[in-house]
Design a protein around this ligand. Structure first.
Ligand SMILES: [Zn+2]
Length: 447
């Protein structure tokens, strides 16, 4: 009884003191003014760097961007000397899976590594959204250090739900019958299924696998009608890449899946499918595939190439050559990405995986090096892929992805010049997300 009373008294005292601290009736404090003075600005549009530029932020927004000489510190502003540094928009990873299976300490460690490595937003490409929604909320309000998260609810054909990953992300429920992981068949009420997906807080439907072209088109139309984006695998089996793109999806993931357009027969299902027919690409990329690039450029369909995945597959196969070869080589993936780029397709930077816990930098930096070194995108185009195109991927290009007045104060500062070599993105010294600062020197690797 005494213990109960003691606990009651303690919790009352805590409630009273936190109420006093929160002061719900008091006006919020004025947002801080911070002047980042005299950096070389890379704005994320692909434009050349501009030396001696200053950025004034007020709270979570960029208030002014101007030559350092023309932007003195306003009264009350804190000044951060950025002389000699490079500043670019916060980086964006367009392909992560933070919760397959859900593991909160792991997810928080990866989010922290991202943020202290310059990443201010990410696309979560389907997971256990019960956990992702909470991670997104916590990162958004600053409870935990991490990028802003924009996530997708998954739809796929019923056969896909034999995949153990779908069970890992729906524990306690029936795989394929949850708002965030939905088996779609001919009898599915798409209005209801899309509405429930939207209720998870998702930005998009991710169309994953094992659906015919007609279903991909129907899901896309209903998602758009209800104000959701559609992010799809570049081939959905049996839906072909051409059917996926013609359905009007906003973006496609995994560049090599586009190569299935040249296969003699489209595989009928996601699991146990044949590899892409690489021999058809030896002389030149088949016209059916280059036509996809042209269609994507005309429609503004984003390509989330995920070179990092193909590099990992190649490395795994080199280490274990007795196993099955990957469905596509890293060299073909890089070559197709290069061709998509030269044909004007918007390319973003997604990894679909994480760097080792002992690696001090997020996987995104390695994707950017692959885009530069193997797909031969110029460094400024790679920066644009990881900034403007990343924001475009989740429909926030008016809000983020470039450094401009009125946009979110999402910034990454580096000591080396990313416009010469994107390896410089492994010299991030400061990340700013929604105006809050995360100094690299405060980051402890692995924690
Ligand atoms: Zn993925």
């Amino acid at each position: 009884m005494r213990i109960t009373n003691g606990l009651l008294a303690a919790s009352l005292a805590l409630a009273l003191s936190s109420a006093a601290l929160a002061q719900p009736d008091a006006p919020p404090p004025a947002p801080p003014l911070i002047l980042y003075r005299d950096a070389t600005l890379i704005d994320g549009t692909g434009a050349p760097p501009r030396p001696h530029m200053s950025i004034l932020t007020r709270g979570e927004r960029i208030e002014r961007v101007a030559p350092a000489a023309a932007l003195p510190a306003p009264d009350g502003a804190e000044v951060v000397d950025a002389k000699g540094l490079f500043v670019l928009p916060g980086l964006i990873n367009t392909h992560e899976h933070l919760a397959t299976p859900p593991n909160r300490p792991f997810a928080e460690a990866m989010m922290k590594k991202d943020l202290y490595g310059g990443v201010t937003a990410l696309r979560d490409m389907a997971d256990d959204l019960r956990q992702v929604a909470d991670l997104a909320r916590a990162a958004r309000v600053g409870e935990i250090p991490g990028p802003d998260i924009y996530y997708a609810a998954l739809m796929a054909g019923p056969e896909f739900f034999m995949d153990p990953r779908t069970q890992a992300v729906t524990m306690g429920a029936v795989p394929g019958q949850t708002p965030w992981m939905r088996a779609v068949g001919p009898d599915t009420d798409l209005r209801q299924a899309v509405a429930e997906a939207k209720g998870t807080g998702a930005t998009a439907i991710k169309i994953y696998a094992d659906l015919p072209g007609g279903a991909v088109a129907a899901i896309t139309a209903e998602a758009h009608r209800q104000g959701l984006m559609v992010w799809a695998h570049a081939a959905v089996f049996p839906a072909t890449p051409a059917q996926v793109i013609d359905a009007g999806v906003n973006g496609v993931s995994h560049v090599c899946m586009l190569a299935y357009q040249a296969s003699a027969a489209m595989p009928g299902a996601y699991h146990h499918r044949a590899a892409v027919e690489a021999e058809r690409f030896v002389a030149a990329t088949p016209g059916g595939v280059t036509a996809l690039f042209d269609d994507m450029r005309a429609r503004g369909t984003l390509l989330d190439a995920t070179l990092w995945v193909y590099d990992e597959m190649a490395a795994d196969h080199a280490a274990h050559p007795e196993g099955a070869a990957p469905y596509c080589s890293d060299t073909l993936a890089a070559r197709l990405t290069h061709e998509a780029f030269t044909r004007g397709v918007i390319i973003s930077a997604g990894t679909d995986g994480f760097s080792e816990a002992s690696d001090p930098w997020p996987a995104l930096q390695d994707e950017l090096i692959l885009l530069q070194d193997k797909a031969h995108l110029p460094p400024l185009a790679v920066v644009r892929a990881a900034t403007w195109a990343g924001a475009y991927a989740f429909g926030h290009e008016a809000e983020a992805g470039t450094i401009a007045e009125g946009k979110l104060a999402n910034l990454a500062f580096t000591t080396d010049d990313p416009s010469k070599d994107v390896r410089a993105l492994k010299t991030v010294t400061l990340t700013v997300k929604r105006g809050a600062r995360y100094w690299r020197k405060d980051y402890v690797v692995g924690r």
